[in-house]
Design a protein around this ligand. Structure first.
Ligand SMILES: NC(=O)c1ccc[n+]([C@@H]2O[C@H](COP(=O)([O-])OP(=O)(O)OC[C@H]3O[C@@H](n4cnc5c(N)ncnc54)[C@H](OP(=O)(O)O)[C@@H]3O)[C@@H](O)[C@H]2O)c1
Length: 279
């Protein structure tokens, strides 16, 4: 399969097919890991207000010496700032911390449906895009009913839905809904946060068959699902390993074997967006 390089978003912009997660990469060591990821070829960085590392991401961008235009930088709005004015201010504060003039992608972090604030926050993101503070806008952890509500009340669907996705929780229905509605799915915890999935016997066998590590099998499977994985690694070696997935192709029958590993309770944490709340 030919490397795609970029996905076309529903707002006409392009986004890389692969990204780098930065959760837990904070402070000096975090900066060093992110600089290493940039030097290893990652062109998309995923941070969030709540990771408390937007400063580290901005510092790494500047230390790496890369031209800012060559990077896609994502951040996220926490649920406690979903009132319109709070959302715009929080976004501005995030930009100040990164020392960037704009984010390429800005996401609502959780729907927190019981609060009933996500439509107001979405309106703030729509306006922030018009103001030039962000290039593209999206959401994380949104279920079909939340997306339909955004469409009904604002007429604008997110460009991206970033959701938990790994072999033990493959979200096939959610991915289909996203695709049917022109939304690109991005995978958080694409390696299942290095949980037991990395020792799964089916994946270990496939690793031997394709002469790849289990991590590479998983990331290639996510790529072939037409989703965007954003693995985090503090290790330069594993950063390179995770990017090295373009010289082989998983057969359809082996894709099915991996698809069959999904479990109803396969989430890494008990974070069902219908009920889970995060502020
Ligand atoms: N929107 C949301 O609600 C949400 C939620 C969670 C995460 N995220 C984003 O998604 C990103 C990725 O998810 P994540 O950090 O939770 O988990 P992940 O990327 O699935 O896994 C990270 C873990 O895997 C290890 N690892 C990385 N590459 C490996 C490899 N090739 N072989 C073995 N172990 C490997 C890392 O250890 P080392 O660092 O030691 O390599 C780390 O412990 C986050 O960093 C964050 O940016 C978003």
């Amino acid at each position: 399969m030919r490397r795609k390089k970029m996905y076309k978003l529903n707002d006409g912009r392009d986004i890389p097919e692969f990204g780098f997660g930065t959760y837990k990469l904070n402070g000096h060591s975090g900066v060093q890991s992110i600089v290493s990821a940039i030097n290893n070829g990652y062109t998309m960085l995923d941070t969030a207000y709540n990771y408390e590392n937007e400063g580290a991401v901005g510092r790494a961008i500047s230390e790496s010496g890369i031209n800012r235009d060559k990077l896609t930088v994502t951040s996220k709005l926490p649920g406690r700032y979903y009132a319109y004015n709070d959302a715009i201010t929080a976004l501005q504060e995030s930009l100040y911390r990164t020392k960037l003039d704009y984010f390429d992608l800005y996401l609502l972090h959780w729907p927190n449906p019981k609060r009933g604030m996500y439509v107001e926050a979405w309106q703030a993101l729509i306006d922030a895009q018009k103001f030039g503070l962000v290039k593209s806008i999206g959401v994380c952890n949104f279920l079909p009913e939340h997306l339909q509500k955004l469409q009904k009340e604002t007429g604008i669907l997110p460009a991206i839905n970033q959701i938990e996705l790994h072999p033990y929780f493959n979200q096939a229905d959610m991915c289909k809904f996203d695709k049917d509605n022109g939304i690109v799915t991005m995978d958080w915890s694409p390696l299942g946060r290095a949980s037991s999935v990395l020792q799964d016997p089916v994946l270990v066998e496939l690793g031997k068959k394709y002469h790849k590590t289990v991590g590479q099998i998983i990331l290639r499977w996510e790529y072939q699902l037409d989703t965007i994985p954003i693995p985090k690694s503090s290790s330069p070696v594993r950063q390179r390993e995770n990017l090295n997935i373009y010289d082989f192709e998983i057969s359809n029958s082996d894709m099915d074997k991996i698809n069959d590993l999904t479990k109803a309770d396969g989430r890494t944490h008990d974070q069902d967006p219908a009920v889970y709340e995060e502020f």
